[in-house]
Design a protein around this ligand. Sequence first.
Ligand SMILES: [Zn+2]
Length: 430
Amino acid sequence: MAVKNRPDEFFDDLEAMSPGAREKYQIEKLALTVAHAYRHAPAVRDTLDKAGVKPDQIQKVTDLQKLPITRKTDLIERQKAYPPYGGFSAIPPEDIDRVFISPGPVYEPIQHEGIQWFAKAFWAAGFRKGDVVVNTFTYHLSPAGILIHEAIRDCGATAVPTGTGNTDIQVQTMHHLKATGFVGTPSFLMTVLKRAEELGYDVKKDFCLKRAWFTGEMLAPSLRKTFENDYKIDTYQAYAVTEPGGALAYECCEKSGMHLMDEYLIEIVDPETGKQLGPGEVGEIVATPLHNRNWGLIRFGTGDLSSYIIEPCACGRTTNRLTGILGRAGDAVKVRGMFVIARQAEQVCLSFEPVARFQIAVTRHEQRDEMKLKVELKHELSSIEKQKLSDELSQNFQNICRIKPDTIDFVPTGTIAEEQPKIVDERTWE
Ligand SMILES: [Zn+2]
């Protein structure tokens, strides 16, 4: 297997395609993907036939909107009805070299040969030949461990399959092998570092850990700072989803959004209508694998919410970038056509020092959605200061959530309990 060792930062030529070349590439791959899946995966044939769409009617990315979103629950139901693969397998059974199992259960037939693109996410994080990387993702009953192991190898680095848990053994292994890389969740790395300190190690002196690659859990900015400033560990995150087959987006050295992987066609859609949304609009991430012929998965709805940006990245990669995972489709409340997500609202409100707690109430008045923001302060402010805070909050809300609260009320301390939901939908639909 060819190991990439080019002096430049890109894993392959796709990462720096011009917008015109990318459009052409996507259209070609999409047509091939849909035609192949229609021919070989009965579930896809069924979906297209029911939608009254012929494979050759999917010519452009926008044509995908003619097809429904397939969700994890659909996979589970279809696999129950048509075991074992629910009609989604698009290769002959004897060509399947492994079957991944993910919770559901969902059985995913894989012919792994030639799958190298997952490595791009590790390459962008700087993993190279000479690195020794502990892979703390589980190696059984989940695709994560093995897929990531192979991706680390495809970057030329040495992979150490430690799997999850066993904190003391992880500490010992990283110390003995002089591990330079960690792959896992941010919280598990923190657990390992704290345990190392309890055991008397000075992580910066006694360990060689240079970089960490995370997925499966949000990397909180405060935790990132701790890793990077206190422990001198460079951190990268990626967005990976099991069903469409791996990492869909990954950070580069700029750490400003996650580059979309060109091996998938990623749409951001309104989860209720399936309509594609534009840059900056928050919606559900929907993925269609363009290179994975094993699996006839067209328009897989991940249930995760994000938005994308189209501005060029200083690293030179030309793909659009996801702005981060903002929540789950069920957690969002649509206000005047825009999704308001608790995590985003929290990001806005808690960036102001005087704000202790907040709650959003959405009501409906004369056929118009109204958003009220209740704010509890850490300390009392003068009315001029409150007005200033209110104006700035409102503007930041507009910048981040793309919608302004109709009113901002400062409420007495103790009004909003810790366990209360951040967003309350009080609308009644009559
Ligand atoms: Zn970049």
